[in-house]
Design a protein around this ligand. Structure first.
Ligand SMILES: Cc1cc2nc3c(=O)[nH]c(=O)nc-3n(C[C@H](O)[C@H](O)[C@H](O)COP(=O)(O)O)c2cc1C
Length: 201
């Protein structure tokens, strides 16, 4: 029996999905990396998250998924909002830094606070500051929906940090991909996908 047929049979028999297998397969979906920051000055905290996605343009909504045991929950509730900081490739160490449960995560890190008092990583590739408008329970995670109230791109032209197959690294494009050989060649090769009217991402 071919591998494809075996995989179909397995699905048909509805074998339980092992968490590690699910994590490994979902890890093959390439994402950027964000740090969710929240909390007032003095108690500001953050955690690394790759489950961010944009949801709606009107109204402007985004979401991320947070483990139910995350240390961030109480601060998120207290603050009523959060900032999504998109990490740049040169901020790779910050992805690990914010994934560890350590005190004083902001010590020595350039950061500032929005008018609403939410922390922002000043050197992030971009940031969205949000008011929490919905929290949905989903298994061992919560889905937090935020309405975007402020946004910024402080460091123009930075490369993004990428998460793929359990590894962090810069975006690597092959020769000729996405404009690296010049706009005229790239436009001919690239198949532009028109943005659907109602979808933010
Ligand atoms: C690249 C990367 C992506 C992550 N994405 C998420 C995520 O989407 N949601 C989540 O709850 N934790 C995610 N984590 C784990 C958290 O950053 C953190 O390690 C874990 O939740 C333990 O800390 P905490 O529970 O106190 O926040 C991610 C970690 C890394 C390194």
């Amino acid at each position: 029996m071919s591998a494809a047929a075996r995989s179909l049979t397995r699905t048909h028999e509805r074998q339980p999905i092992e968490p590690l297998s699910l994590r490994r397969v979902c890890g093959l979906f390439t994402t950027g990396v964000t740090v969710i920051t929240t909390g007032p000055d003095g108690r500001a905290d953050g955690t690394t998250v790759n489950s961010f996605t944009s949801v709606s343009l009107e109204p402007p909504l985004v979401l991320f998924c947070l483990h139910k045991q995350s240390r961030l929950h109480s601060l998120l509730q207290e603050s009523g909002g959060f900032t999504v900081n998109f990490l740049s490739a040169r901020q790779q160490p910050l992805a690990r830094h914010f994934a560890e449960r350590r005190p004083d995560v902001f010590d020595g890190l350039p950061h500032h606070f929005t008018a609403d008092g939410l922390p922002v990583l000043s050197e992030a590739l971009a940031h969205l500051t949000c008011t929490t408008v919905d929290i949905h329970g989903a298994g061992d995670h919560d889905i937090l929906v935020g309405e975007v109230v402020e946004l910024g791109v402080p460091q123009h032209g930075q490369e993004p940090l990428i998460f793929f197959d359990g590894s962090l690294g810069p975006l690597q494009t092959g020769p000729g991909l996405f404009g690296h050989t010049g706009p005229e060649h790239a436009a001919a090769r690239r198949s532009e996908v028109p943005a659907p009217a109602r979808q933010a991402s």
